[in-house]
Design a binder for this molecule. Structure first.
Ligand SMILES: [Zn+2]
Length: 429
């Protein structure tokens, strides 16, 4: 049975720029991803319940799922180096006092924002609130009336600072929508309970995804076809769905990290072993003139022997400086890390689905880049020992020329990249 499309959105303060892989890129500085200061993730919880979960149960689940990001391994090697720090409790947060804790711009309002580091409203409090929206009312307040029926949660960094010339995250915030788990256990939607529910096991996938945003990860598009199959009720390729896929496809599957998620978090918080034991493929994507770098092309590397489960992506030109989000930045570089020595990888390119915009977008382009055709790159790519950067495959270099006409205009993405607003139901990708 199909159910309505449900969204896992990120939430950012206006004027913040962000990119594929990491949710934030320092486009005014080094053009590199932005991580929490010193690799320490701070969070503060409130004292309320989350749907039918008690406060204690909700906090325990949250802690376990933050740990799940910290404990990521690739090929049996610990690849993530981060610390999780739970701060003091915040008391009860509700519709009355939400403005004291959560920084947001209400729907249909234009809000002033400070210059970098970017803060708004109550931010820069030294706290990183995670709000248990027990009945969805706070989701409606922040994302717009009715949003509680389609948005399961939203999260993101909210305060950045520059330390020794490098941008870092110092505060984050999240809302988890308990409206989806508020019926008595075993009750089914439309019967004894009126709204669409997900199981607690599936809701773990929601929290895991939102904590991915909280620690600084963007959405990613890997195995779009498998996700569409799953949304249509075919359950045979669920292991192909990344946690950070923009849609809630299957909470249980998305509650454990896919290879793409493992690489993304390891790139942001790399352990020494991640750098020394794994390889990367780097290259540049160009328009058809073979000269103009092209932003916004999803480049995927997949293990030839396990293409669905061992695939990782990078949107070309995600690491860049200068103009924010307009997708015409002359930047087409990509880096696909976490690759295992001795394994043969196939490279391919594809468009990001036009369905992924706003809070469901995959940066750096919103709407996504278009005007080129998907392709599999000839040959395979592999490395011999860890630490190598691969730029040549069996049939040529890692540079990729697309069919995008260099003379056409208006066919790449464009438009604003303001903070994600309320997502309403979007058509299937
Ligand atoms: Zn999301």
């Amino acid at each position: 049975m199909r159910r309505p499309l449900l969204f896992l959105v990120f939430f950012l303060i206006p004027l913040v720029s962000w990119g594929g892989g990491p949710i934030l890129v320092d486009t005014d500085g080094d053009g590199l991803p932005v991580a929490w200061k010193d690799g320490i993730i701070h969070f503060n919880t409130e004292s309320g319940d989350l749907g039918r979960l008690s406060n204690e149960e909700a906090i325990q689940m949250l802690r376990d799922l933050l740990e799940r990001w910290r404990e990521v391994t690739i090929n049996g090697v610990s690849t993530v180096d981060l610390t999780i720090d739970q701060g003091a409790g915040l008391g009860d947060i509700n519709e009355e006092n939400i403005d004291d804790f959560f920084a947001y711009c209400p729907p249909d309002e234009v809000c002033a924002s400070e210059d970098p580091p970017f803060v708004l409203g109550s931010a820069r409090s030294g706290q990183s609130p995670i709000i248990f929206d027990t009945n969805g009312e706070i989701t409606d307040l922040i994302q717009g009336e009715g949003a509680k029926r389609s948005i399961l949660g939203f999260a993101g960094p909210r305060v950045m600072d520059i330390v020794d010339g490098k941008m870092v995250i110092t505060e984050g915030q999240a809302v988890l929508n308990g409206y989806f788990i508020d019926c008595p256990e075993g009750a089914s939607a439309g019967h004894s309970c009126q709204n669409v529910e997900v199981s607690l096991a599936e809701f773990e996938g929601v929290i895991f995804h939102e904590m991915g945003h909280f620690i600084g990860l963007d959405h990613s598009q890997v195995n779009l076809t498998a996700a569409i199959h799953a949304l249509n009720g075919q359950a045979d390729e669920l292991n192909a769905i990344p946690t950070m896929f923009p849609l809630f496809v299957d909470g249980v599957a998305q509650g454990t990290p896919h290879f793409d998620d493992q690489v993304a978090v390891s790139e942001l918080y790399p352990s020494d072993s991640f750098r020394s034991e794994f390889c990367a493929i780097t290259g540049t994507v160009y328009e058809s003139d073979e000269v103009t770098p092209m932003q916004g092309v999803n480049v995927v590397a997949s293990n030839l022997d396990n293409q669905l489960e061992e695939a990782t992506s990078f949107v070309s030109g995600s690491y860049y400086t200068g103009t924010v989000g307009s997708c015409d930045n002359q930047s087409g570089g990509y880096t696909l890390g976490g690759l295992i020595p001795g394994v043969s990888y196939q490279l391919s390119i594809e468009k990001i689905s036009q369905a992924f915009t706003g809070g469901s977008s995959v940066e750096p382009c919103d709407p996504p880049a278009s005007g080129f055709t998907a392709a599999v790159i000839a040959g395979t790519f592999s490395c011999i020992v860890g630490g190598e950067t691969v730029q040549n495959g069996s049939s040529g270099t890692s540079d990729i020329v697309t069919t995008k006409s260099s003379t056409s205009t208006g066919s790449t993405g464009g438009g604003s990249s303001g903070a994600s607003g309320g997502c309403s139901l979007l058509p299937s990708p």
